[in-house]
Design a binder for this molecule. Structure first.
Ligand code: PGA
Length: 250
């Protein structure tokens, strides 16, 4: 049985003092959760969050990284830097980064490899646009993004990759994929993994759903056969609301 992994993606929100208050309020609400809990926070908040989450069941992740280890890349942060302060997870290839910051399937693939070299666990985002969905291309797009993202990784690395299926039209729009639709897309990704790497691998990979997850729809989504939790943006910004999502089974 795969465990549920529920990650918050704060995006470009939360000052350090707000982040500290958040974790202090959130921790008692989720301390008995069976799901694995991750908060992916802005770089500036990482250290404060790591300090305040120490000894709790809350893991901390970053939202991006560069694929080079050091060098003249003004404004960038490397995997090694993240690892050095104790970060465990990193979101790679979020659609906002693909859309606004020229992230491609190739840079996503490079970053995943470097994340593993530095013992960070990647949360890799894939998902179709509304236009692609309306053209009936959803499966083609998400399986191709998955294939290119994971190219050249070992079976062991793939088992340790978290994939977040995030239909772009559902992100921040209040429109959620139906649990049936989301489950079918995730099944298609799992089927692709099976074709490429075998059932032993495909059955272990955690595949989350993301896109307007909230406390009112989390249970139905997360209880679907192939959805192993969620990547939650807007609804992760309030500790009460996010704790209800994490405690969807209570
Ligand atoms: P949302 O964002 O929950 O606000 O739709 C999800 C994401 O972008 O990861």
């Amino acid at each position: 049985m795969r465990k549920k992994v529920i990650a918050g993606n704060w995006k470009m929100n939360m000052l350090p003092n707000e982040a500290i208050e958040y974790i202090q309020a959130f921790e008692p609400m989720v301390k008995d959760s069976k799901a694995e809990i991750i908060l992916c926070v802005p770089y500036i908040d990482l250290f404060y969050c790591l300090m305040n989450a120490q000894g709790t069941n809350i893991k901390i992740g970053a939202q991006n990284m560069h694929f080079e280890e050091t060098g003249a890349y003004t404004g960038e942060v490397s995997a090694k830097m993240l690892k050095s302060i104790g970060v465990e997870y990193v979101i790679i290839g979020h659609s906002e980064r693909r859309q606004y910051f020229n992230e491609t399937d190739q840079t996503v693939n490079k970053k995943i490899k470097v994340a593993f070299e530095n013992e960070l666990k990647p949360i890799v985002c894939v998902g179709e646009t509304l236009e692609q969905r309306e053209n009936g291309e959803t499966e083609k797009i998400i399986t191709s993004q998955t294939r290119l993202a994971l190219d050249g990784l070992t079976a062991e690395q793939i088992k340790n990759t978290i994939i977040a299926y995030e239909p772009i039209w559902a992100i921040g729009t209040g429109k959620t994929a139906t649990s049936e639709d989301a489950n079918n897309s995730i099944k298609a990704i799992r089927e692709e993994l099976k074709k490429l790497y075998g059932e032993n691998v495909s059955e272990e990979v955690i595949i989350q759903y993301g896109g307007s997850v909230k406390s009112s729809n989390a249970k139905e989504l997360f209880e679907s056969s192939d959805i192993d939790g969620g990547l939650v943006g807007g609804a992760s910004l309030k500790p009460e609301e996010f704790s209800k999502i994490v405690n969807y089974d209570k």
